[in-house]
Design a protein around this ligand. Structure first.
Ligand code: SF4
Length: 341
């Protein structure tokens, strides 16, 4: 069979660990304090960054600047839970000349001005180009907003134009609402309408959202999604992810892997035989109907009677069912991903 060319990554996030200080209801990677914290080793980190350094493209504003879908960002989980490893990652990137590096954080660690400034200045001195501060109602359940505000104020000072807020809408809204502390989602939804939340948050109906936020969305029977497939999501080459277990993950699709990063050159140059990756094959060149029929026929997967909020909901339910029966699919990685729900 002709080999399938997998995307050559031009930008991406390096997941240092899936362990997080929070357990956000929208997290696409099921980040949680419950993960064992299998932090990537320094040796694997060096190997991973060396492999991907050949492919990463700089921001359109230049290598010293950052943009969301260019360069490399450090993510998780929460990268500041292992600050020494984050520093090491920044140093390695500098030695490899990887452009447009930034870190993504939920700001849980910004407990006072001193520690916040010291860490950000040190990271910048080691070579980090910028920072992305996450702001949304799900993080607000775990991180007092005054810490987010502190991170923003000091990041602007340290990183200047290389500072991003994701999502600005919520930063402005929380300021207007004069929020300072944490706020449970139920209380937040008493202040704003559910429609406002659905309209303004960029919320992917995948990851933990399919379980924790499913009441926000209408559910449909499985055949509603039968004609959909995932070619676009899986073969894009921007904002891919590379995890601490060595997986080259397609796009935002947690729990799926093109293969091990050690083989990135051959994966990208030679391609893969899709017959050896039946699940990816079904999602790329088939459709959800074929994937469901395969899972039903081979593994006895049964449609959920209460329906699904998205195609990713079906995809994940089926993958979770399959991995509970067999570990023989090499694209279902890491296996831990399916046990931290
Ligand atoms: S359905 Fe599966 S493969 Fe497709 S975008 Fe969603 S998680 Fe990714």
């Amino acid at each position: 069979m002709k080999k399938f060319r997998i995307p050559t990554p031009k930008s991406g996030g390096v997941i240092l660990s899936y362990k997080c200080s929070s357990e956000c209801k929208h997290c696409m990677y099921y980040g949680s304090p419950k993960w064992s914290g299998d932090w990537i080793s320094e040796k694997d980190l060096e190997e991973t960054l060396t492999q991907i350094s050949n492919y990463i493209q700089e921001s359109p504003y230049g290598p010293e600047n950052v943009s969301l879908n260019y360069g490399i960002h450090f993510t998780g989980g929460e990268p500041f839970l292992n600050y020494d490893l984050l520093l090491k990652a920044v140093e390695i990137c500098k030695s490899l000349d990887i452009p447009s590096t930034f870190v993504e954080t939920n700001c849980y660690w910004c407990k006072n001005d001193k520690i916040t400034k010291e860490n950000l200045v040190e990271l910048k001195e080691k070579g980090l180009k910028g920072i992305l501060v996450s702001v949304n109602p799900f993080i607000l359940e775990f991180v007092p907003f005054e810490r987010t505000e502190r991170a923003i104020k000091i990041s602007m000072d340290v990183f200047r134009e290389n500072f991003m807020i994701y999502q600005l809408y919520y930063y402005e809204q929380f300021k207007e609402l004069n929020i300072k502390d944490k706020l449970p989602l139920e209380k937040y939804l008493q202040l704003i309408s559910i429609d406002d939340l659905k309209r303004n948050v960029e919320l992917f109906k995948m990851g933990r959202a399919i379980y924790c936020l499913q009441d926000l969305y209408k559910k449909y029977p499985i055949n509603y999604y039968f004609n959909e497939n995932c070619h676009i999501e899986l073969v894009r080459n921007w904002h891919c992810h590379f995890d601490n277990y060595g997986n080259y993950m397609p796009g935002y699709c947690g729990g799926l892997s093109w293969g091990n990063l050690r083989n990135l050159d051959s994966l990208c140059n030679d391609g893969i035989n899709l017959d050896e990756y039946p699940i990816l094959k079904a999602l790329i060149i088939g459709n959800l109907k074929g994937f469901y029929e395969f899972a039903n026929r081979e593994f006895g997967y049964k449609e959920k009677k209460d329906g699904y909020v998205s195609k990713c909901h079906i995809c994940f339910e089926i993958r979770r069912h399959i991995i509970s029966k067999t570990d023989s699919f090499k694209e279902l990685k890491p296996p831990e991903f399916y046990s931290y729900i």
